[in-house]
Design a binder for this molecule. Structure first.
Ligand code: URA
Length: 245
């Protein structure tokens, strides 16, 4: 193990408890917890997430190519979030990525920089990616359920999610990832169209329009609850296992 690997594992609270092996074998080192056995963990959201995954009836058709979609998101004023944010945060990364990570919505740093996961939670996400030998921008795309920062970082409301979700659905249709990792309860419940405790959604493979979807904790929750990082590591190993031919 090199120094960088040790730092990554230390960041994830896994060192020296677990030692990452070559990725194809990692699932042997960390058995995947079946959904039925998975402990029910606290959701990182205090507030329940209302799920309305369909577009609002009055909403314009979503653009079907990248440049038009980016422009449409930039110009979007379809919900009340746009009036309170600095800029829209479209998403970032490899537009042909096999891995798609979906968070909730931009925070203050993302709102200022126009890129998802660039604050403290983003630093942890980058380390989580590094732990499974992935890197932002290289075979990885990162996006959020809503493109505008909710005021005070509150949870996006159902109508905001419903208005914004078609943009993410179109991003997914264009990227065609092999796997979607839903980070936290808002991402998971919005994409799956049903409310459930995040602990009950982990450890199983869900389907999003034909693409496998795995649920794990949001990095911001992991920063507040570092003991849960071990479970996130299990989830990442599960995802790697799913992606290993
Ligand atoms: N939290 C999210 O859900 N998304 C971001 O982009 C940043 C923090």
């Amino acid at each position: 193990m090199n120094i960088r690997d040790e730092n990554v594992l230390r960041e994830l609270n896994l060192h020296p408890l677990w030692v990452r092996k070559n990725m194809p074998a990692v699932d042997e080192a960390v058995p995947v917890v079946a959904a039925a056995e998975a402990p029910v963990a606290e959701s990182f959201q205090a507030a329940p997430v209302a799920v309305i995954p369909t577009a609002q009836p009055e909403q314009a058709a979503v653009a079907t190519d990248w440049p038009a979609l980016k422009q449409q998101v930039r110009d979007c004023t379809a919900c009340k979030l746009r009036a309170g944010c600095t800029q829209t945060v479209f998403g970032v990364g490899d537009e042909k990525a096999e891995w798609l990570f979906v968070g909730e919505g931009p925070g203050a740093d993302e709102d200022a920089q126009g890129e998802p996961f660039v604050g403290q939670a983003g630093k942890l996400l980058d380390n989580m990616l590094a732990a499974i030998r992935l890197k932002r921008g290289s075979n990885v795309y990162i996006a959020n359920i809503v493109k505008c920062r909710p005021p005070g970082n509150r949870t996006p409301e159902a109508d905001e999610i419903a208005t914004c979700l078609p943009y993410l659905q179109q991003q997914i249709a264009l990227i065609k990832p092999r796997i979607i990792i839903a980070l936290g309860k808002t991402a998971a419940t919005s994409l799956l169209g049903r409310d459930a405790p995040i602990g009950s959604l982990r450890g199983t493979v869900h389907d999003f329009n034909g693409t496998q979807l795995i649920v794990t904790y949001h990095p911001a929750y992991l920063l507040r609850s570092p003991a849960e990082k071990a479970k996130a590591w299990q989830d990442l190993c599960f995802a790697v296992q799913r992606m290993t031919p």
